[in-house]
Design a protein around this ligand. Structure first.
Ligand SMILES: Nc1ncnc2c1ncn2[C@@H]1O[C@H](COP(=O)(O)OP(=O)(O)O)[C@@H](O)[C@H]1O
Ligand SMILES: [Mg+2]
Length: 519
């Protein structure tokens, strides 16, 4: 009459007779009184008692079996034994069936909640792992209980289970953790992590509002601020350098003015001697201010790629022509060996002029007297690794080579830093600002190109410029002022309706070829 999911399930021993006895107790007592008073004879009374007891057992047993099942199901749930949720069919007792359904509903709800919490914990772990900053959880003994992927990468191993001091030998961090563990407030300490490249970091030690499940009480996060520190240092250096560069000619200029206003007031010969020097100092300051302004202008639009199409051979030749006198004065030749049919590049003609103006000027300036300066170039299949990955397709390569004293290897990576000079006195004496290569680097960054200096001491230097090509297949619209029909890039750039470009750009600083805009 009753089918149960578990065939072994039984009511507890002795419970069926005890309940049957309890149910029949009033009837049994009545029967006893009737036998004692002689109203019923003992034989039939005994029969009646047995019949009552048997009936009670038959009625009670299935109920108790149902209850035993509910009890077992509840225990399973409490002990989380993970038994599958069966559907025991309790036919006899509707009350037990309702109870069983309630227990099963509760178990399902708990399982859902548990699954939800597990998923949430897993997703939290994923998020913490995805954070690039190293994160460590530390317990009251100073043992690391958990780390994220960033920390594993930093320490080169999974530090969980090890003392923090075994992973990070930075006394200030260990002290901060100790202090927080003994009730102190959270702290941030600056640390330098050793390695092939030292890293400046901020280590933040924060107390957890309550102990986590692994017993952790403190959270340690490490944030790499190397770039920020470097930038801050560069900013401070830049201000100091710029002020210093301006101060030198300014004090010399003021010195001359004071002399001319004082002791040499009526000294015509001194005036003749001083004025050219004063002019030269003024020009030096002007060059410096112009370079500083162009650097800041270039930086401002560094993130917008240029959209003009610029023919480099044409542009380089114009610049070389402008430098011919200076080269001649040194007995140098300036040979531009660039095929005029080389494909054009996307560019800003003014800015690219500044780049080549400085590279050619440097080559003449730092080249040995009587040696040639050559400009060669062509299309290469791929740019250097320093170019942005997406632009490393075919490139225009232009090499400016001189035969000067060359540049020692250790200076090469620093040449494009502002005001960096290999020989400060020589650069100044030659009228340099020390900003030319910094400007070139920023311009080429904006053009998604690259500048790669190569040099051998005693043999000379080559400055390699790489620029992404303007697409050959691109349909180029004629510039509005040209008013002609559609032209190819080559044809258009050769036709120069505005040779010095002043009509198009009033702020032009150097010669620039005509350029056109894509649609
Ligand atoms: N062709 C070259 N040969 C040797 N040294 C060079 C050459 N070009 C640049 N340099 C070095 O790089 C430094 C930075 O160049 P740049 O930024 O153009 O400044 P400068 O105003 O001095 O020309 C120069 O001062 C010089 O020391
Ligand atoms: Mg220069």
């Amino acid at each position: 009459m009753v089918r149960h999911a578990s065939p072994r399930l039984k009511p507890r021993r002795g419970r069926v007779p005890a309940v049957a006895l309890a149910i029949t107790a009033p009837a049994l007592a009545t029967m006893g009184v009737l036998v004692l008073t002689g109203a019923v004879s003992p034989g039939p009374a005994a029969l009646a008692v047995l019949a009552m007891l048997a009936g009670a057992v038959l009625v009670v047993r299935p109920h108790l079996l149902d209850l035993a099942m509910v009890e077992q199901a509840t225990r399973d749930m409490a002990g989380n034994r993970g038994r599958p949720l069966g559907t025991p069919e309790i036919i006899y007792s509707s009350m037990a069936r309702a109870q069983m359904t309630a227990v099963q509903d509760m178990r399902r709800a708990l399982e859902h909640r548990l699954a939800d919490q597990t998923a949430r914990a897993e997703s939290n772990a994923l998020v913490v792992d995805a954070l690039t900053d190293p994160i460590l959880l530390i317990d009251s003994h100073g043992t690391v209980t958990r780390v994220n992927a960033g920390a594993r990468a930093l320490f080169g191993r999974d530090g969980a289970g090890r003392p923090l001091s075994a992973l990070l030998r930075e006394p200030s961090v260990l002290e901060a953790v100790e202090s927080v563990l003994t009730g102190g407030a959270g702290r941030m300490v600056q640390i330098t992590l050793p390695g092939a490249i030292e890293r400046e970091c901020e280590a933040r030690v924060t107390p957890l509002s309550q102990r986590d499940t692994d017993g952790a009480e403190v959270l340690l996060t490490i944030h790499d601020v190397t770039k920020l520190v470097r930038m801050e240092r560069m900013r401070a250096d830049f201000v100091a350098n710029a002020s210093h560069e301006l101060r030198t000619p300014l004090s010399s200029l003021l010195g001359f003015v004071e002399t001319l206003m004082g002791p040499a007031r009526d000294d015509a010969e001194a005036r003749e001697r001083f004025l050219p020097v004063m002019l030269e100092q003024g020009q030096r300051m002007q060059r410096l201010v112009e370079d500083l302004l162009s650097l800041s202008r270039i930086e401002m639009n560094e993130h917008s790629a240029p959209t003009d199409v610029v023919p480099i051979p044409d542009l380089v030749r114009r610049i070389a022509n402008g430098l011919e006198l200076k080269a001649e004065a040194k007995g140098c030749t300036l040979a531009v060996d660039l095929d005029p049919a080389l494909p054009p590049v996307w560019g800003d003609a003014d800015q690219l002029s500044q780049v080549f103006q400085n590279l050619l000027d440097n080559a003449v300036k730092y080249g040995r007297a009587g040696t040639p300066v050559t400009v060669t170039g062509g299309v290469v299949a791929q740019g250097p690794a320093s170019m942005p990955g997406s632009r490393r397709g075919p490139c225009l390569h232009v090499a400016v080579r001189d035969h000067g004293e060359g540049i020692a290897r250790e200076h090469l990576p620093r040449l494009t830093e502002r005001f960096y000079r290999v020989d400060r006195a020589r650069s100044r004496q030659m009228g340099g600002t020390g900003l030319g290569l910094a400007i070139a680097k920023h311009v080429l960054t904006r053009h998604r190109g690259a500048l790669v200096p190569e040099s051998m001491v005693g043999e000379g230097s080559t400055f390699n410029v790489y620029l992404p090509l303007a697409s050959d297949t691109l349909a180029i619209a004629p510039p509005p002022e040209a008013g002609s029909a559609t032209q190819t890039p080559r044809e258009t750039v050769m036709a120069d309706a505005d040779p010095d470009g002043t009509a198009r750009r009033p702020d032009r600083t150097g010669p620039a070829p005509h350029s056109i805009r894509p649609p």
